[in-house]
Ligand binder design. Structure first.
Ligand code: GAL
Length: 673
């Protein structure tokens, strides 16, 4: 089951972070590498924002300082993840190509002195990006220190949609390729509405801000186009690098923090998936959001080990209140990523910047220096990870999949939906959270994937569902799967047009129910659901359902549809389709899912509250990663050796409050395989 480790050159879990030596004098570089060694750092990402210092004017290159940095790192046994600096074009570029700047939906032209800024559709930007990527690959494509390429930075953030004249030209080309004829475009967009019908291609514009809502089908296509343009930039740079270099190529995703890019498609283009993750301070259980991001990253990469390219040692600097991590939290976060499939634990950034917009961002080496809690924890984490080399390549397996479909999110997020309380992220989190608390490991998947290996598939928010994908889900149920679909799913097709037959019609066979009318609730009001005589509380949303064979598992007690079905269950073929037409609170959802588990033949792991346990399956052994988020020690029935401490246990492994363990244990067959 083990994969080849991502970098045969690195015989360990990769550990390190973004390194920006250009912000420091040469003496500091020497101190940096000495301290990196002390901290167990073996990989740093270099050059991500260095374009202006590498190509000092158009076509004039100066690699001398980068040569020196890379050689110094190499002499000290530290490998390099080499960035292409194309997220930050130099001042000379914009002086020469003012038309290559990004234009917002409202028509504002973006200025210089930040990052991003360049239109991904501007031919001059594409040419310049490929040129600098080519020069870097020529020079460092065979350098023994360089083990990985890091193209650009976080495509889609801060520049996603672009309404510049170059973008509009490219958009029309993209539409011509997609639809062929104007008739097809008019039909797909439903332009008979509000007099939008087009008679000439030149009249088709980007969906810029308008007096009222702009055609949602047009906007959905623009989201697809934006993703396509960004990916085309990546592919162009990647191919330029490949022509001269042999190392694997990645670009850092933001799995759970930006929905601009369709990561399922992106994952097919990279050699290894990498992700950036930052805790969101208002979320007091950020470890659950973190687990979602990690599971999603692993899933888009097809289950292969991945790279945590960035996270923070402590506070970030860009949230309303930037909350510092508490002692041990950085280690817990790191181990959760590792448990969920990461073979590299990297940070933004190595040394805190003195100047610039990010000077209040935490780092591995903080402004306070080495005599600091953060640096001591960084050193301890490096030591711990140093004992985990054998974990590399092992795989996580899951019995449950949650559907995560970027196209559906793009469509759902457009204006004039039936309620502003409809929130796909919230629904996914609610279902995921139950699995997390029950110790059940989850993969994410698309509705069109082969789902037959999963016992349970949950669709918390599948607003857009193509007929082909609905058929796939129906086949999944017929084949013996258990499917749970939450409200406001199966509503529109790929053009954001309501399905013929009405809401949920494409899933009628699998679920035995369809939706006659949406019945959204006023904010702050609730509806009760009768669950075997117990009242479950729900809010935000209810529906008027029409049964087409399903049994009523629970009816509304009150709200707009008292006595009408709220939750249904349907046998189809060898499987079962559940439909939940409302938003139960956490206790209510737990009650419903308990019964769903029984249908699916899965059981909660029964782990103590606050204990996160994930198993990675290796060839000769399994590795159980245990993270204790609770304030009290917890004991787990598990035999094996904790690789972090060397302690062996026969059956009871006790993890101290806030502590972690990585237990080598005998292989098990559990989960999907
Ligand atoms: C990331 C970005 C880094 C740094 C970091 C700060 O999104 O890739 O360059 O800005 O955020 O949290």
């Amino acid at each position: 089951m083990s994969a080849t480790p991502p970098w045969p050159e690195l015989e360990a879990i990769a550990y390190g972070g973004d390194y920006n030596p250009e912000q420091w004098p040469r003496e500091t570089w020497r101190e940096d590498v000495a301290l990196m060694r002390e901290a167990g750092v073996n990989l740093v990402s270099v050059g991500i924002f260095s374009w202006a210092l590498l190509e000092t004017s158009e076509g004039v290159f100066d690699f001398s300082w980068l040569d020196e940095v890379i050689d110094l790192l190499h002499e000290n046994g530290i490998s390099v993840d080499l960035g292409t600096p194309t997220a930050s074009p130099p001042a000379w570029f914009f002086a020469r190509h003012p038309d290559a700047r990004v234009v917002t939906r409202e028509g504002a032209v973006m200025g210089f002195g930040s990052r991003g800024m360049a239109s991904h559709s501007a031919p001059a930007y594409r040419r310049a990006s490929v040129r600098i990527a080519t020069e870097l690959a020529r020079r460092y494509g065979r350098h023994p220190a360089v083990v990985l390429w890091h193209v650009h930075n976080e495509y889609g953030v801060p520049v996603g949609e672009d309404y510049s004249p170059h973008a509009v030209v490219a958009w029309r080309e993209w539409l011509r390729a997609r639809y062929g004829t104007l008739e097809a475009l008019n039909s797909a967009w439903g332009t008979a509405f509000w007099g939008q019908h087009y008679g000439e291609w030149e009249h088709v514009g980007a969906p810029a801000a308008a007096p009222s809502v702009v055609n949602p089908a047009q906007r959905l296509d623009f989201a697809r186009f934006t993703d396509h343009q960004l990916r085309a930039c990546f592919v162009a740079e990647r191919d330029a690098i490949r022509a001269h270099a042999a190392q694997p190529i990645t670009t850092n995703f933001m799995a759970n923090q930006s929905h601009t890019t369709d990561l399922w498609a992106w994952a097919r283009e990279v050699d290894i998936v990498s992700d950036d993750h930052y805790l969101w301070a208002p979320d007091t259980e950020g470890e659950i959001g973190l687990a979602i991001a990690a599971d999603l990253t692993r899933s888009v990469g097809g289950g292969k080990p991945w790279i945590l390219m960035e996270h923070s040692t402590s506070a970030v600097n860009w949230q309303p209140q930037n909350v510092a991590k508490r002692p041990g939290e950085m280690t817990r976060n790191s181990l959760t990523h590792l448990g969920r499939g990461a073979d590299a634990i990297l940070f933004f950034q190595w040394r805190a910047s003195r100047s610039g917009a990010e000077k209040f961002h935490s780092s591995m080496l903080p402004h306070a220096g080495t005599d600091s809690r953060v640096f001591r924890e960084v050193v301890a984490l490096g030591e711990g990870l140093g004992r985990l080399a054998e974990v590399r390549g092992s795989r996580v397996r899951a019995d449950v999949a949650i559907l995560w479909d970027f196209e559906s999110f793009w469509a759902q997020d457009l204006e004039w939906r039936p309620s502003d309380l409809l929130d796909h992220d919230e629904r996914i989190r609610a279902y995921y959270e139950r699995f997390w608390r029950d110790g059940i490991t989850v993969d994410f998947a698309l509705p069109g994937h082969d789902l037959s290996g999963y016992r349970l598939v949950v669709a918390p928010a599948q607003y857009l569902l193509t007929l082909a994908d609905a058929e796939n889900l129906t086949r999944y149920v017929a084949g013996g799967g258990t499917l749970v679909v939450s409200y406001f799913s199966g509503v529109v097709d790929e053009h954001d047009a309501v399905h013929e037959g009405g809401y949920l019609a494409p899933l009628q066979t699998a679920l035995g129910v369809r939706v006659e009318e949406f019945l959204p609730l006023r904010e702050g009001t609730t509806a009760g659901v009768d669950w075997d005589g117990k009242r479950l509380e729900a809010d935000a949303w209810t529906e008027d359902l029409v049964l087409v064979g399903a049994e009523v598992r629970a009816a509304y007690l009150d709200g707009p549809a008292p006595g009408r079905p709220a939750i249904t269950r349907h046998r189809h073929g060898n499987g079962t389709g559940w439909y939940v037409s409302t938003r139960p609170d956490a206790a209510g959802l737990a009650a419903v899912l308990r019964e769903v588990y029984a249908d699916a033949g899965i059981a909660p792991a029964g782990t103590p509250a606050g204990l996160e346990v994930v198993r990675r399956h290796g060839e000769a052994a399994d590795y159980v990663v245990v993270v204790n988020h609770a304030d009290a020690p917890a004991t787990l029935a598990l035999a094996g050796t904790d690789l972090l401490t060397g302690t062996a246990s026969d059956n009871g492994l006790t993890v101290r409050a806030g502590g972690v363990a990585v237990v080598r244990t005998h292989p098990s067959l559990g989960g999907r395989h």
